[in-house]
Each structure stands twice: as structure tokens, then as C-alpha cells.
Design a protein around this ligand. Structure first.
Ligand SMILES: [Zn+2]
Length: 411
């Protein structure tokens, strides 16, 4: 095949192939390219300034997409320029997005593969180290983030995610309208959220926020009140039900220790059952739970309380919501369920934020969904030491889902 044909097949704009090498045993293809005659524009890779003359010539080798069964590398002739600001620098070439030895479209192929497969799978497919795949993916995501328009933040969610013994908690700020995480911060202090308001938003952007769905966690509330005083704080169902789950788990543990050996066997391993809503249980699981309740009335009462609290958000009028909550709290009398009494006190203390759900329409379940996506990523990826990478990954996941929804609607 002639160099001219290879130039067409390679398809690098402005470049032509002037030498080729095929190794049939190793199954490799090497192509040497240089600028086409008309292509003389030089740009400094440091600052983007146009430079008239080249200082000298160098060569770089990058991996490109495979050609059939042949692993393909391209050796590119590059100029170095003497830039008034940056000094001696290599020229900027569109096909080379970074200093790493890969072409732009090779990095794009790896990044796209990472959207639906784990780094380990992608590494095997492309014959790369896992760490290399992650580095390519991160650059791919950074380029994606740099070119897209950031949606305005009008309704925000603030949540915390437990990463493990070492990293402990991170604070997650999300956009409730687009269902995507916006920012991650280390720890869950007032300082943490302050940093978000200070560094990520300017004053007009802060004033644009109308509602925030948060947990009943004082540091977050204080930060929101300080930075966006006009914003309505909404204590949403997801967070309150998390507290209800904690309360039922406390009852379970207390019963486990209070009763003898026989009871322990029964309560053991039932945590998940007690935390799952009745509608989501299969017939056999319901039977299992009923058998447990037949032996322990306290657990039954706790479970019913949790189930009925869930219905509080069926009411969209403050008065009706208050009535329902009052009746729910009345049920607690004489029950001797101290963890639920504690929960009731907490709800009474945060009443205003609970009713704000009726005053400001916020989408239910978004904070929970964002939280779930991040946890799924963490499970699949095993150890995101780089929080920026985790954030971008969760963002592209949310964005591609919206695109998919928009597409299916059109169809
Ligand atoms: Zn420069």
C-alpha cells in the first residue's frame, strides 16, 4: 500500500504518512507522519499563542486505534517553538491531547468504554494497565466537563456519604433538577459546606438557590443559613426515613441482647428485613418477618411505626401533614420505644423544615438516587482515592442518563 493510502486511512487532518512498517508476527503497524505542505500554523502548547517559526524538530510516538488486528502506533514529527512567555515549548497538536503517549481518539475510545465497564475490564480489552486506564478516563472526563454548559443550581441537595474507616465522610452537594452531584467535600462540618459556597459560587449564584434538601444535621443548616439566607431548608423523606431505620435497628439490637439465646437466633440476620419496606418484600420474606413479629411484639410495633411514618409525605397540605404527624406521635405513648421517642423529639424540633416540603415543591427521591449512584460507583470501582475523578464519573453517569431519557421521549 502506498503512503498516500495510509494517509487516507489514518485520517489525521493536516498530516501525511511518509513511512510505514508492518510486523506480521508481532501484529503491529507503525506509521510515521509529518505535516502536509500547506499546514504551517504553529501554536505554543503552553499558552496557545501563535508562533511564526519553529525552533527545532522532535518526534513523539503515540498509540492510536488498532487497525484490524494490528496494534497501531503513530510516530509524529513535531516542532518546538520559542515562545516569548513559555520559553522553548513543543507545539500544540489537536491529535495529542496530553503528554501521555496516546492519540486523542484512542483516549476517547478508552473513556467511552469506561462509561459502561470497570477499569479492570477496559484494561484487559485495550491491553493497558488499570492505572493507565484510570488516568486516561480522568483526562477524558476533564475534557468533557470543560466543554459542557453547567446547569444553574436552584434546588440543591446536601448529603453525606460514608467512605470507610480511613476517609470517613464526604459531603455531597447535588443539583436536584438535573439529578447530578455538583461538588464533593472532605468531612461533613460547617466548614466543609462553607467551602462550597465560598469557592464554587459567586454572590448572584448563591442568591439563585431557592431550596435545599438536607439531613437534620446542624452544621449544614448553619452553613446554608449563613450563605443563602433566602433559601428554604427542606428536611426530606429520604433523610428522615434514614433516622427511622436507625431507630428500628436500635430496637432490634436491644431485643437481641435482652432476650436469651433462643431469641438471638431468631433476630440474627433480620436487620435487612426490618429495614426494607413491606411493599418491597416477597411473600416468603413477609412470612419470615411475621414469624419474628409473632414472637416479639416490640419489633412489630417498631416496624409499624416506621411503615406509617413513610406515609407522612402523601400529604401535600401543611394542616393535613401536621394532623398525621400528631397522630403518629400520639401512638408512641406507653410503647416504651425510646429510640422512636427520640426520633419524635427530633421531628418536633425540625417541624418547620418538614413542612417546607409542602411550601416548596422539591423532587422527592433525587438525593437518594444520587447517593445510590455514587455508592454503586464506589462498589464497582473499589477505592476512588481521587474525589475529583469520582465526581466527574458520577456526573457523566447522570448526564448520559438524562440524554437517554430525552431521546426515548422523542422517539
Ligand atoms: Zn507559550
Amino acid at each position: 500500500m502506498r503512503d498516500n493510502d495510509w494517509t487516507k486511512i489514518l485520517g489525521w487532518p493536516g498530516y501525511r504518512v511518509y513511512r510505514q512498517e508492518i510486523d506480521e508476527i508481532a501484529k503491529t503497524l507503525k506509521l510515521w507522519v509529518k505535516r502536509k505542505r500547506g499546514n504551517r500554523k504553529l501554536v505554543c502548547s503552553g499558552c496557545g499563542r501563535k508562533i511564526a517559526e519553529a525552533a527545532d524538530i522532535t518526534e513523539r510516538e503515540v498509540r492510536d486505534l488498532s487497525c484490524f488486528e494490528y496494534r497501531t502506533t503513530v510516530l509524529i514529527e513535531l516542532y518546538r517553538v520559542r515562545c516569548p512567555t513559555c520559553g522553548l515549548k513543543v507545539e500544540k497538536v489537536d491529535q495529542l491531547p496530553s503528554k501521555a503517549p496516546f492519540s486523542k481518539r484512542f483516549e476517547e475510545a478508552v473513556g467511552q468504554a469506561c462509561e459502561s465497564a470497570s477499569a479492570r475490564q477496559v484494561a484487559r480489552r485495550f491491553g493497558l494497565a488499570q492505572s493507565t486506564v484510570r488516568a486516561i478516563d480522568l483526562r477524558y472526563l476533564e475534557r468533557w466537563a470543560a466543554t459542557r454548559k453547567k446547569p444553574a443550581l436552584r434546588q440543591m441537595g446536601v448529603d453525606e456519604i460514608y467512605l470507610g474507616k480511613k476517609q470517613k465522610f464526604i459531603t455531597v452537594v447535588s443539583n436536584l433538577e438535573t439529578a447530578e452531584p455538583v461538588w464533593f467535600g472532605v468531612e461533613r462540618k460547617k466548614d466543609t459546606l462553607d467551602t462550597f459556597f465560598k469557592e464554587e459560587l459567586d454572590q448572584p449564584q448563591r442568591l439563585e438557590i431557592e431550596a435545599a434538601c438536607v439531613d437534620m444535621w446542624t452544621p449544614f443548616r448553619l452553613s446554608i443559613e449563613q450563605w443563602t439566607p433566602q433559601c428554604r431548608i427542606v428536611y426530606d423523606k429520604f433523610h428522615i426515613m434514614q433516622h427511622a431505620n436507625k431507630a428500628i435497628d436500635e430496637v432490634r439490637r436491644a431485643e437481641f441482647f435482652r432476650k436469651g439465646k433462643q431469641m438471638r437466633g431468631l433476630v440474627k440476620g433480620k436487620r435487612w428485613l426490618l429495614l426494607t419496606r413491606w411493599v418491597n418484600l416477597t411473600a416468603s420474606k413477609r412470612q419470615e418477618l411475621n414469624a419474628l413479629f409473632a414472637l416479639n411484639r416490640k419489633l412489630l410495633k417498631a416496624y409499624l411505626l416506621k411503615e406509617s411514618l413513610d406515609r407522612l409525605w402523601n400529604y401535600r397540605y401543611e394542616g393535613a401533614m401536621l394532623n398525621y404527624l400528631q397522630r403518629w406521635i400520639d401512638q408512641l405513648w406507653w410503647q416504651r420505644l425510646s429510640s422512636f421517642q427520640k426520633l419524635a423529639n427530633m421531628l418536633l424540633y425540625h417541624l418547620d423544615g418538614i413542612f417546607n416540603y409542602c411550601r416548596t415543591k422539591v423532587p422527592l427521591g433525587v438525593v437518594e438516587a444520587v447517593n445510590g449512584n455514587i455508592k454503586a460507583l464506589l462498589r464497582r470501582g473499589r477505592g476512588y482515592k481521587n474525589l475529583r475523578y469520582l465526581l466527574l464519573k458520577a456526573q457523566i453517569m447522570a448526564a448520559s442518563r438524562t440524554e437517554f431519557v430525552a431521546f426515548s421521549k422523542a422517539a
